[in-house]
Structure formats: C-alpha cells, structure tokens
Design a protein around this ligand. Sequence first.
Ligand code: NAP
Length: 250
Amino acid sequence: MGSLHGAVALVTGASRGLGAAIAEELGRRGAKVVVNYSGSKEPAEKVAVEISEAEEGGDALTIQADISDPEDAKRLVDETVGRFGRIDILVNNAGINIDRTLKRLSLEEWYKVLQVDLNGCFHTVHAALPYMVEQAFGRIINMSSFVGEAGNVGQANYAAAKSGLFGFTKTAALELARYNITVNAISPGFIETEMVAAIPQSAKEKILEQIPLGRLGKPEEIAKAVRYVVEDADYMTGNVLDINGGVYMR
Ligand code: NAP
C-alpha cells in the first residue's frame, strides 16, 4: 500500500488497549481512523482527539457499535464509508473473555464470547466486503491470540473463538485475493492491557516464567505489526503473525 496518507481505517474495540494503540499508530501515519467502541465513550473520544492533534496525524472520529450485533456492525461499516468515503483497512480487534474451567462454564458464557470474538469478526467483514470488492482493495487484520493455538486452562470459549479466526482468515484470504483484498491474523501473547491486568498477581508471575523474552508485550509492539501488514506487506495474505515473546512457537 505504501503511504497510509488518506487511507481509511476502521479499528474495532479501539477505546483502550491494543485497539487504541493500533488506531493511534495508523493515525500517526496519516490514516483517517474510525475509533469504534461499544460502551467506553470517553476513552474512545480521547483516542480520536489524540490522533487528530498528532503532528502529521490523520482525521479521526468515534462510532459506537456493538460488533456482536450484525445490524450494529453493518451500521458501523456503512457510517465509516458515509463519513470518509471508503474503507481500506479493517482491524477486527474487539474482543472479550469470560474465563471459567469447562466444569463451570455456562452456555451463556460460551455463546457470549463466541458471539463477540468470532461472529463479530464475520459481521464486520460481511458488511465491509461489498465496499472493498468495489474498490478492488482491502486490508483485513483479525486479532487472534496464541491461546487459539496453544489452548489455555479456563479459556475454552476464548480459545475456540480465537482458533476459529485462523480458519476464517485463511479461507477469506483464499476467496478474496482476486479482489486485491488481503486477510491476515495477528496472534499476540500476553500484552500489557486491562485484559491482562485482570489476571491475579500469582498467576501473572507464573506467566512471566513461561515467556522466553521475560516480559509482557506492549500494545505498541502489536500496533507496529499492524502498520507493517497494512503499509508494507502487499504480498502477504492468509498469514498468522505470532508476536508473543516466544511463549508459544509453532
Ligand atoms: P481490552 O483492553 O479489554 O479492550 C477491548 C476493547 O474491545 C475495548 O475497546 C472494548 O470497548 C472493545 N469491545 C469489547 N466488546 C465489544 C463489542 N461487542 N463491540 C465493540 N467493541 C467491543 O482488550 P485488549 O487486551 O486490548 O485486547 C484487544 C484484542 O486483542 C482482543 O481481541 C483480545 O482478545 C486480543 N488479545 C489480547 C491479548 C492481551 O494480552 N491483551 C493477547 C492476545 C489477544 P468497550 O469498553 O467500549 O466495550
């Protein structure tokens, strides 16, 4: 793609954590960014202001939408195109986790995580496809997790959703290559965000022992990988980038 100047990027779940870092990174490179959130209005607005005020920063605006709801996801994509005229980059970052061992996991908790983390990704892709096909251009990035590759005790629902994203990414890449739409996944390890802050301290110490690089990752380290994929990786599709400090190696 080369320069991101003027490119339109929709980042789901961008009010904090990885999504906020990704939105800011793309905005700093001159992209017009839609900062999506479901409930965290003020933090999302702060991210948008940060982008708009950055030197060389692009435009940014916030759009509230729950991507687990297909109609909301469609409205989000349609409003993105309505405001900025096109959609070049779709980063499916929004995600939740409800951790329980299988013995205690309720049906509702299973469905809820699958609905946001896996179905939500399909909802936005489904809505964005007609625009990207028409443009004959698109860069889709799906935020998976090393847990979808390795499994993790207490995360059957999350692991199933994140693992499902790998198959979805590869199939979408095969089907959409002819339209110059690439589809890739990023598979982070443990990154310093609120999602990881919620892990009890004793468990965090055990996690650190398992990470060869000896530390948690930073949101900016994932954001840089997203920038690489959209800016420089035109010949890459159907790929999974593991960015995990070595905690899991395929
Ligand atoms: P986070 O800090 O919990 O942030 C999640 C973001 O998703 C928030 O902006 C939240 O906004 C949004 N969101 C949640 N449900 C949504 C919905 N239904 N519709 C729209 N937005 C929604 O999470 P994070 O740690 O940055 O993780 C971001 C992504 O990376 C997730 O997909 C996660 O699974 C993945 N990941 C994270 C790690 C890690 O170590 N942190 C590792 C591997 C993969 P609201 O508050 O407005 O809902």
